[in-house]
Design a protein around this ligand. Structure first.
Ligand SMILES: [Zn+2]
Ligand SMILES: [Zn+2]
Length: 339
């Protein structure tokens, strides 16, 4: 079969590899769609690392059960694959935080992923796609959707009636704005450098859209809009400047949540302001069991919409992904590879 193999920064090649085989704990899935995530781009630009190389990337997977072997799953059913198999026994897993498992295995980061004709995945990671949800849209639920759900509902612990700022309206931010709206946020403010991303956010229910311009101060704009700052600011970009903007957008006692991944060290407010205003900055990573199912249910009942999707075939994918990692083709929506 064909697989998109990552050999190191900037090196992505479509190659012929052996077909994956099922084992007692795994099942083989024929890939129908696999999303390309910001973390894939960070592997390609050298700011994040996979478990080993070469490896097949891709951790936002939808497909059909191919070889049910011992899994008990019906062949031909459409499923998505949740991100990250936790060990169940380390300290973090025992604390109920399997997203922080000390020895998690993520398909597409530590084991061969879904940018291929087929992939072998743990039986426990498989979640059926509800009727009526398109596979490519369903695939976005496992990472973009579930990560946003965890960040909004648990890390930020958003309450009805609160005001929310979402910075970065890509896949995760688009979900986060909708989840905040559905939870009863009093006001959802979307901020992005891309006017098209803001237009989409407005259609999905953002109350205010702030175009972030070079040299401008997002924090100052948000504080003017909200008479002193939002209750919750969520950052989905992974840049030091945008985390700083999130911190500078919250009211006294407010919470900023950093979800985007990036290598830049953070320089922000002096300690006296953290102390005087009891600001909170928390990181948020991945999701917990059940989150993917909740996002899929939202896609099925229409309360959530997937981010706009751009599509490429497996043959076109290497060029499309490398161009994304070089920042050459922004604003095209979440790239889905359809083998
Ligand atoms: Zn991801
Ligand atoms: Zn663990």
């Amino acid at each position: 079969m064909r697989a998109l193999r990552f050999h190191g920064p900037g090196e992505l090649r479509l190659e012929d590899v052996a077909d994956p085989r099922p084992s007692p704990d795994t099942v083989v899935i024929s890939v129908m769609a696999c999303g390309v995530c910001g973390s894939d781009l960070h592997f390609l630009d050298g700011t994040a690392r996979t478990g080993h190389v070469p490896i097949t990337l891709g951790h936002e997977i939808a497909g059909v059960i191919d070889d049910p072997a011992s899994s008990g799953l019906r062949p031909g059913i459409a499923v998505v694959v949740t991100v990250g198999a936790s060990c169940g026994s380390c300290r973090r897993c025992s604390e109920g935080r399997p997203n922080l498992c000390e020895s998690a295995t993520v398909i597409g980061i530590h084991a061969d992923g879904g940018l291929a004709d087929a992939v072998s995945v743990p039986v426990a990671a498989v979640v059926p796609i509800p009727t009526g949800v398109e596979p490519a849209a369903a695939a976005t639920a496992v990472d973009a959707g579930a990560t946003a759900l965890h960040a909004v509902t648990r890390t930020a612990a958003l309450q009805p009636g609160e005001t929310v700022l979402v910075i970065g309206l890509g896949g995760l931010g688009t979900y986060a704005a909708q989840i905040a709206r559905n939870l009863g946020a009093a006001r959802v403010i979307a901020a992005d450098i891309d006017p098209a991303a803001l237009d989409r956010a407005a259609l999905l229910g953002a109350d205010d859209c702030v175009l972030v311009e070079a040299g401008g101060s997002l924090g100052r704009s948000v504080k003017m809009l909200t008479d002193g700052g939002v209750d919750v600011a969520l950052e989905f970009v992974g840049r030091a400047a945008t985390v700083d903007a999130a911190v500078k957008s919250i009211r006294p006692g407010g919470r900023a949540v950093a979800v985007g991944v990036g290598p830049e060290p953070l320089v922000t407010l002096p300690p006296v302001l953290w102390s005087n205003f009891e600001y909170t900055l928390r990181g948020s990573y991945g999701s917990l069991p059940g989150d993917t199912e909740r996002v899929l249910a939202g896609l099925a009942d229409g309360s959530l919409q997937s981010p706009p999707l751009a599509r490429a075939t497996l043959a076109e994918a290497a060029d499309a992904i490398l161009s994304l990692s070089r920042g050459e083709s922004p604003a095209m929506g979440r790239l889905m590879v359809i083998p």
